[in-house]
Design a protein. Sequence first.
Length: 108
Amino acid sequence: MKLDKIAEQQIRQAQLRGELDNLAGAGKPLCAQETGCGPEAVGFKIMAGAGAVPEEVKLRKEVEAQRAVLQQLVDPQERKAALAKLADIEMRLAIQEEARRNLNRNLS
C-alpha cells in the first residue's frame, strides 16, 4: 500500500474516533504563505513544533548568517575565507535538499 493511502486511512480512522476534533488552528491554513504550503513545509512545521529542527533548516540559517558576515568584511583575505565557508555551507545545504528530494521520489 502506498504511503499516501496509508496516511489517508489513518486520518479517516482518527476522524471517526474524534481525535481531530477541536484542534488548535482548526479551519485555518496549515501554514503561512511566507513559509510555503507544500507537504515539506508542513513537515518542517510539525518537526519544529516537536523541537526537532531538520539539518536543512539549520543550514539555511547558517547561510543567512554567513552572508551577513560577508557583507561586513572589507579585507580581501577575510572575504576570501568567508566566501569559502559560505560555499561549504551552501554545498552541504544542496546535499541535504537533494537527499530530501530523492527520499520524496522514492516514497511516492
